[in-house]
Design a protein around this ligand. Structure first.
Ligand code: CA
Length: 502
């Protein structure tokens, strides 16, 4: 309660100080489109005032998240004004825990040498404490969270309790001692590679991708990991992404011989204590699990505890974009058995970009078109993957390294316009339809707004029945004029452009 009050007080004080600056400069409205930071404060103050932490979960779910992939804590902190201005409501960090220090701590995102660096070492935990050589220290993380709060931006932290570093000797003695010794660290089955991915016993207790499977049901591990989770929340985290969540068993999944209860999910969503310790602020946190669909993922069952990733929808969307067939009927279907308000949607994930490379050849425009679709829709919480700097449609351009910010696409006017459209359309019903061909998708929200995604090489003349009030509209993305007369929307969307009308 004390934290809640102090956060509210801080928000009010920041808002008041913004108002004061506005009066002092008498320039808030007249300089809205210039680039100086003082002139853009007016764009931010509403977001600050709306940053009531009690509403955190709903705010994140209704908004958009930017995955600051491999950005350091200091880099994120420096770019918070731009992130807020772009209309994002949350940032997602890469894993912040102590991690494998491979390649002599090389900082290349991906190198072919033994010393250059590899991004994925931060997905290999060696102890549950905050800070690593890739992203920064605990103090820097905390400072980032404190700054994010000023902008009404929530912080989602990527956690990966399912496994350790692929090289077990890397695991620090403090981790091994905390769980009761080396023989208590892993599941009985934890070094046998998963062969049958539909077998829940293998899938939840076996070794995935060379990563030893931690006994996540060992009460000593649970207490140790709870201390980390609560420290992360104390520093200012507002939610979590659970990596490889489908590899941690649900209560009714088969148990490993070393485990008594499959109670990981009840404990780490605040429904049950471990040795007297509860997850802090559990009701406010936005928590989702990486539950990649396929095999026997039980993706619907996970939503009893957490939101989950709509990975099939991401695949369908990427296919639709590459085949230039944005069928409204096909793209209406999230291809997921769970309630759609429990889904996290993406065009691509860091895995499809950096691991399999399956999405790496997508162009900036294809990614924006996909982003516009998931962000304009009523359901699903869109996750924006921030790619590294450098030429488009390239997996590892080699321009930026671990710790640097990604490319500027998160600030592209079309991305910003759809982010703000989403924030303005909360709760309104959606209607998807096509233009003259499958290369134009039209997403209406209630009687308030329309987003048009045109992936054609040519322009699309819009002549479409809508529920918008009659009048003239200026598209928020590219400044194109549209008109609604007698319920018919007319205007022209140029080749490979997105129009955001409300
Ligand atoms: Ca597991």
């Amino acid at each position: 309660m004390k934290k809640l009050f102090s956060k509210r007080l801080l928000s009010i004080l920041v808002a008041i100080s913004f108002v004061f600056i506005c009066f002092a400069t008498v320039s808030c409205s007249s300089t809205k489109n210039t680039s100086s930071s003082a002139s853009q404060i007016s764009d931010l103050d509403l977001q600050v005032i709306n940053s009531d932490p009690a509403m955190n979960r709903q705010k994140v779910q209704n908004g958009t998240i930017i995955q600051c992939w491999c950005w350091s804590f200091n880099t994120i902190k420096e770019n918070l004004p731009d992130i807020a201005r772009a209309g994002f409501k949350a940032i997602q960090t890469s894993p912040i825990n102590a991690c494998r220090e491979g390649d002599e701590k090389g900082m290349a995102l991906m190198s072919n040498t033994r010393t250059g660096g590899k991004w994925y070492y931060h997905y290999q935990p060696i102890a549950w404490k905050i800070g690593n050589y890739q992203l920064g220290t605990r103090e820097e993380f905390k400072a980032m969270c404190e700054e994010a709060e000023k902008y009404g931006i929530s912080v989602i932290v990527d956690v990966l309790p399912n496994h350790t570093s692929s090289y077990l000797p890397d695991v620090l003695p403090e981790f091994i001692e905390a769980v009761g010794g080396m023989d208590k660290l892993l599941h009985e089955n934890g070094r046998r590679p998963i062969k049958n991915w539909s077998n829940r016993y293998e899938g939840t207790t076996g070794q995935m991708g060379g990563l030893p499977d931690v006994n996540t049901e060992n009460p000593l591990f649970q207490e140790y990991f709870m201390d980390y989770m609560n420290d992360t929340i104390l520093c200012g985290a507002d939610g979590f992404r659970f990596d490889t969540a489908k590899h941690i068993g649900l209560p009714d999944d088969p148990r490993d011989d070393y485990s008594k209860d499959n109670d990981f999910w009840p404990i780490f969503t605040g429904k049950k204590a471990i040795n007297g310790k509860m997850l802090s602020r559990a009701d406010e946190l936005f928590i989702y699990g990486e539950v990649l669909q396929g095999g026997n993922a039980r993706e619907k069952e996970y939503t009893e505890f957490v939101s989950v990733t709509a990975s099939n929808y991401g695949g369908n969307l990427r296919r639709a974009l590459s085949q230039k067939r944005l069928s409204a009927a096909a793209l209406s279907d999230f291809n997921h058995p769970a309630n759609p308000d429990k889904l996290v949607t993406w065009v691509e994930s860091h895995d499809t970009y950096a691991n399999q490379g399956e999405s790496a050849k997508m162009t900036h425009f294809q990614l924006r078109a996909g982003w516009a679709i998931i962000t304009a829709r009523q359901y699903g919480t869109p996750l924006f993957f921030s790619r590294p700097q450098g030429p488009e449609a390239t997996q590892f351009p080699g321009v930026s390294q671990i710790g640097d910010k990604g490319n500027d696409e998160f600030m592209h006017p079309e991305v910003v316009a759809v982010n703000k459209f989403r924030n303005a359309m909360i709760g309104l019903d959606e209607k998807l339809s096509n233009g003259s061909t499958y290369e134009t998708l039209i997403i209406e929200r209630g009687n308030k707004g329309v987003v048009i995604v045109n992936i054609k090489e040519g322009s699309e003349n819009i002549n479409h029945k809508v529920s918008l009030a009659d009048g003239e509209y200026i598209d928020h993305a590219n400044g194109i004029k549209f008109k609604v007369k007698d319920g018919i929307l007319t205007g022209k969307v140029k080749a490979k452009k997105i129009a955001v009308i409300y």
